[in-house]
Design a protein around this ligand. Structure first.
Ligand code: NAD
Length: 428
């Protein structure tokens, strides 16, 4: 999934190196943490519906498990690369550490395009993936979850294979399961709501009244939809949303300067997060080019679609009115653009803090599974809010006391926590 010269792993390592320098991390810890501890690369042969056999490549990468079992999603994508999975596994380590949950970082993937595979073929892929890793994953080793183009049904097939091999019920093996089959209430909302809990706290610190703010969002999938709902619930006004249209093979921005009606838009959005253009016009939306989301005169920008979306080509188009960028997507800002945002004193809420609500709720799911006792939705969301607020405050306080950018402060906290775990275990 790396595009052109953009290599997520190089960026992840560069970010790590710069903070390791700042905190004077010793050589051995630095060497341990700047690369994954374990990598599994393997082939999965699948008997296809037409009788032929196709061999798929699968990966599972465990960056670090000093603070607890590795945790991270499994992606299905035709352009998946080992380097992207390495970077994402590293970011998972920092993400779990910054919200202070007892988990490490991992990520996995299969190079495949599920859009052209039958349900049976996808099931065989899921089962084959688990067969390859049955001794290397588990509730106390490495806990997978859904990611790009994988969902609750894939998690259940994987769980079933794992339980068949190990001869028991191990619902804590995997998260993102359907509610009623070991899934947690609130998991669907968790990432988007978490983004807004963090944004709400940031606005308080900046002395900005959320009810007087406007926002523009890139993406209208799971994360963006719930972020928009919670932001609207707290009194903010979303005036622009952009999303991808797979028929036209391009993106559009839907704008209403008076404020978009999120519930109405949800009613005309398909399961891939694409808003229907004709119906949106009937609702009074202007239809603008996809890139227009970034140029709006708003107080808040929320990139919630893809990586690499705020870059040196478009960062200068950001309006002087923008005060906060809440990174809901993973890696939406390139290091070059980040420098410009810093010079312009735009307050950036870094991705691995801002979108940590999803993994935090996955952790709650694992806890509930291991107890075999499930919480009410309000309880889940309350616990989520408490965790996200505490994480934001810790990062903010460090950024103020040590005059650091929020991203660097978040890295300092995470790297120090993981380095301490590594040291206390006697690894270094
Ligand atoms: P999704 O697939 O549900 O939605 C993606 C949205 O982005 C869709 O609305 C799509 O139309 C839009 N999009 C795609 N290309 C676009 C483009 N070029 N311009 C504008 N819009 C475009 O994905 P999601 O689960 O909402 O995840 C979004 C981001 O958040 C990803 O970076 C993901 O890694 C990250 N994230 C997700 C979770 C989670 O729990 N789902 C957790 C942490 C981080």
């Amino acid at each position: 999934m790396s595009k052109g010269t953009y290599n997520a792993y190089e960026i992840a390592q560069a970010q790590f190196d710069s903070v390791a320098d700042k905190i004077g991390l010793d050589e051995a810890t630095r060497e341990l943490l700047r690369q994954p501890m374990r990598e599994y690369h393997f082939s999965i042969p699948v008997k296809m519906d037409d009788g032929s056999v196709k061999v798929f490549r699968g990966y599972r990468i465990q960056h670090n498990d000093a603070r607890g079992p590795a945790k991270g999603g499994i992606r299905f994508h035709p352009d998946e690369t080992v380097d992207t999975i390495r970077a994402l596994s590293m970011w998972m380590t920092w993400k779990c550490a910054v919200v202070d949950i007892p988990l490490g970082g991992g990520k996995g993937g299969i190079v495949c395009d599920p859009r052209i595979l039958s349900e049976r073929e996808q099931e065989q892929l899921c089962r084959g993936y688990v067969r390859q890793l049955s001794k290397n994953m588990g509730p106390f080793q490495d806990v997978p979850a859904p990611d790009v183009m994988t969902s609750a049904k894939h998690m259940l097939w994987m769980l079933d294979e794992y339980e068949t091999i190990h001869g028991g019920r191990y619902p804590g093996f995997i998260t993102g399961k359907p509610v009623g089959m070991g899934g947690s209430l609130g998991r669907t909302e968790a990432t988007g709501f978490g983004v807004i809990y963090v944004l709400r706290e940031a606005l308080k610190k900046l002395d900005i009244d959320i009810t007087k703010t406007t926002a523009s969002i890139q993406g209208f999938g799971n994360v963006a939809q719930h972020a928009a709902k919670m932001y609207e619930q707290l009194g903010g006004k979303v005036i622009a949303i952009s999303c991808w249209d797979n028929n036209d093979k391009k993106s559009y921005t839907f704008r209403n300067k008076g404020g978009l009606n999120i519930n109405a838009l949800l009613g005309i959005t398909d399961s891939f997060g694409t808003i229907n253009k004709e119906k949106a016009q009937e609702l009074g939306c202007e239809i603008l080019p996809g890139e227009a989301w970034i140029e709006q005169d708003v107080d808040i920008l929320i990139p919630a679609a893809l990586e690499n979306q705020i870059n040196d080509e478009n960062v200068h188009k950001i309006s002087s009115q923008v005060k906060v960028i809440a990174e809901a997507a993973n890696g939406p800002t390139t290091p070059e653009a980040d420098k410009v945002l810093d010079e312009r004193k735009i307050f950036v809420l870094p991705d691995f803090l801002t979108n940590a609500g999803g993994v935090t709720c996955s952790y709650f799911e694992q806890v509930q599974c291991n107890m075999n006792y499930y919480w009410e939705k309000d309880e889940v969301l309350q616990k989520l809010d408490t965790k996200m607020t505490a994480a934001f405050n810790a990062v903010y306080d460090l950024s103020v006391s040590n005059d650091l950018k929020m991203r660097d402060a978040a890295y300092v906290i995470s790297i120090k926590r993981v380095a301490e775990a590594v040291k206390n275990r006697g690894w270094i």
